[in-house]
Design a protein around this ligand. Structure first.
Ligand code: SF4
Ligand SMILES: [Zn+2]
Length: 357
């Protein structure tokens, strides 16, 4: 699969060359919504903090084949001072908009690895985490990281700074299938590396309320509709059996400048049907004992999971509701369902259309 890697790198270089540089402040964002916490329904404050960009995407690898977060980074150093200032402004804005009055989680997105000191300076990491300890309503703090930065030392530091609060590390496992992760997604870490990071988290559970979450990608490139469903279900089983506490599925959306976008433009790739997503939710929720969230970002748009104009938003709403209560969405009928069924049945044949040419 050298072809994928080379093409991916070239596309990344090209898209990085085209970026309109924005300041770290322009790239930051925050919002909040109802969400499922470990303690039950609550509110989550989301925050996107600017960093110099994901180290994996900026490396020679070119990064993951579906991800363009690096294009939304300032691609220049962001000082600890500046990052902290942006963090406080956003936290205060969200608290002003809606005061903290019940169970709350804070999810810090850095479009890369929060635990990598090259992306988030140690001082910024420590002070951000420490300041969240001051709010009694905040029950959970969630950060994202590739497994290579998950060490006992850094986990201890974060947990010690958050007494009594859940500290969750979310890793982009994407799939339990190592071949797919390495060769198709270009993720660059093995099952063994993931399991090492997970074992480090599990080991500390006797001392701290530390948790592990994984993101699973629904429908990588070069994957048929049917394969995508099977892979998602098997990946969730693998994650749960390995000791993960929570799963978040991310059905693909087409990011600009990625290999996924190139294949999509050529008609060789399409994000999953929302029917496939429903199928995955039903199967996984009936099997898994841990919370399983289905991300609905991009649903019903041209670049995201799509059924038909008549049912997109109804199904999206059903999924959002089912996330908060962990229920299995009920049966739903729409004319487009038979088209989906036919594609799943014959996707072994149409799969040939999604080979790299
Ligand atoms: S998916 Fe994560 S690791 Fe991969 S390029 Fe994007 S931010 Fe980096
Ligand atoms: Zn429909």
């Amino acid at each position: 699969m050298m072809g994928i890697n080379k093409l991916n790198r070239e596309l990344r270089e090209r898209s990085l060359g085209r970026i309109d540089k924005k300041s770290p402040r322009e790239l930051a964002a925050s919002w909040s919504s109802d969400d499922l916490l470990y303690s039950g329904p609550g509110r989550t404050i989301y925050m996107v903090l600017p960093t110099p960009g994901c180290a994996w995407a900026l490396s020679n690898s070119g990064g993951c084949t579906m991800c363009s977060y690096v294009s939304d980074s300032p691609l220049a150093a962001v000082s600890a001072e500046e990052m902290l200032g942006i963090f406080h402004e956003n936290l205060e804005r969200q608290i002003k908009r809606q005061p903290l009055d019940g169970p709350t989680a804070v999810k810090l997105f850095v479009s890369g690895s929060f635990l990598n000191p090259e992306e988030v300076p140690v001082e910024a990491r420590q002070r951000i985490i420490m300041s969240l300890a001051d709010y009694p309503e905040i029950e959970e703090v969630v950060v994202e990281s590739r497994p290579e930065y998950v060490t006992e030392e850094v986990l201890r530091e974060c947990c010690e700074a958050l007494p009594g609060k859940i500290f969750e590390v979310a890793m982009g496992l994407e799939t339990g299938n190592e071949q797919t992760r390495m060769n198709i997604i270009n993720k660059g870490f093995s099952n063994e590396e993931f399991e090492r990071a997970l074992a480090t988290i599990v080991k500390l559970k006797s001392e701290y309320p530390v948790r592990a979450k994984v993101y699973l990608l629904v429908k990588p490139i070069l994957t048929s509709e049917k394969e995508a469903i099977v892979d998602a279900i098997q990946s969730a089983e693998y994650a749960e059996q390995s000791g993960v506490d929570r799963i978040s599925f991310c059905p693909s959306t087409i990011h600009k400048g990625t290999l996924m976008e190139m294949l999509w433009r050529k008609g060789s790739y399409q994000p999953p049907w929302i029917w496939s997503v429903m199928e995955i939710i039903r199967r996984v929720r009936s099997l898994a004992k841990i919370p399983v969230i289905m991300d609905t970002a991009g649903f019903g748009t041209r670049r995201g999971p799509y059924n038909c104009k008549k049912c997109n938003s109804a199904l999206k709403d059903m999924i959002i509701q089912s996330n908060i209560h962990q229920t299995i969405p009920e049966d739903f009928e729409c004319d487009c369902r038979s088209k989906w069924l036919a594609e799943v049945e014959y996707s072994g044949i149409t799969h040939s259309a999604s080979k790299l040419s």
